[in-house]
Design a protein around this ligand. Structure first.
Ligand SMILES: Cc1cc2nc3c(=O)[nH]c(=O)nc-3n(C[C@H](O)[C@H](O)[C@H](O)COP(=O)(O)O)c2cc1C
Length: 187
C-alpha cells in the first residue's frame, strides 16, 4: 500500500471481527511510531500492548465504550513529559502533545497498511486505565486504541475530511486566495 492510500483509507473502526489479529503486525506498527519527529530528539512515548481479555474489559469500562471489548488487542499510548518540561517548561508540554500525535499517526497508518483496524479513543477515566495497567502517576495516558480485524458484516465508512478551502490560508490569517506568481513563459 502506498502512503497516499494508507492516509486516505485510514478510518475509525468500531466493529471488529472475532478473528484474532496477529500481534506481531501490531508490534511492527508500533515500530513505525519511533520514526516520528521528536523535540530535541527526545522520544516521550511508551506503547502498552494489552492482550489479557480481563484487562481489555476494564479498559472498555474505563472508556464506557463497549465495542473496545470486541477487539483482539488494545494499545495504550502513554507519554512521560518530565524531560521535555524540565528543559523547555510550558513549551515542552506543548511539544509532548504534538509529537505524541505524530507518533500515533505513524502507528495508525502502519496498522492500516497491514490490514488491521483501529480507532482513536480519547475519552476514558485516566485513573481506571492507570490502575489496571500499573502506570505510574507521573506518566500521562494519552489515548487508547482497540486493534483487530474489521468486521466483514458491519464496515465503517471513511469520513469525508474537511474541505481544503477551509484548511488553508495564504500569506495571512483569513486570506483564502492565493496571489499567484506571474507565470514565466518558457521559450
Ligand atoms: C483526540 C481524539 C479523541 C477521540 N476520541 C474518541 C473516542 O473516545 N471514541 C470514539 O469512538 N472515537 C474517538 N475519536 C475518533 C473520532 O471520532 C474520529 O477520528 C472522527 O470521527 C473522524 O473519523 P475517522 O477517524 O474515521 O476519520 C477520537 C479522535 C481523536 C483525534
Amino acid at each position: 500500500m502506498d502512503l497516499s492510500k494508507a492516509i486516505k483509507t485510514r478510518k475509525s473502526v468500531r466493529y471488529f471481527s472475532p478473528k484474532k489479529a496477529d500481534w506481531r503486525k501490531i508490534l511492527q506498527a508500533i515500530d513505525y511510531a519511533r520514526f516520528a519527529p521528536a523535540a530535541d530528539n527526545i522520544f516521550v512515548n511508551k506503547f502498552i500492548l494489552v492482550s489479557d481479555k480481563k484487562l481489555i474489559e476494564r479498559i472498555a469500562g474505563a472508556a464506557q465504550q463497549s465495542f473496545i471489548e470486541e477487539a483482539s488487542y488494545v494499545v495504550v499510548v502513554t507519554s512521560n513529559p518530565s524531560e521535555l518540561v524540565r528543559r523547555y517548561k510550558e513549551r515542552g508540554e506543548r511539544w509532548v502533545a504534538q509529537q505524541t500525535g505524530a507518533a500515533i499517526e505513524n502507528f495508525l497508518l502502519a496498522l492500516n497498511e497491514r490490514g488491521l483496524a483501529s480507532g482513536w479513543i480519547g475519552h476514558f477515566s485516566d485513573n481506571i486505565v492507570k490502575d489496571a495497567l500499573g502506570i505510574p502517576d507521573e506518566i500521562t495516558v494519552e489515548a487508547v486504541f482497540p486493534v483487530g480485524k474489521e468486521s466483514r458484516a458491519k464496515k465503517s465508512r471513511i469520513s469525508p475530511p474537511q474541505d481544503l478551502e477551509n484548511t488553508v490560508y495564504f500569506d495571512a490569517w483569513g486570506e483564502y486566495e492565493m496571489t499567484a506568481e506571474p507565470i514565466v513563459k518558457q521559450r
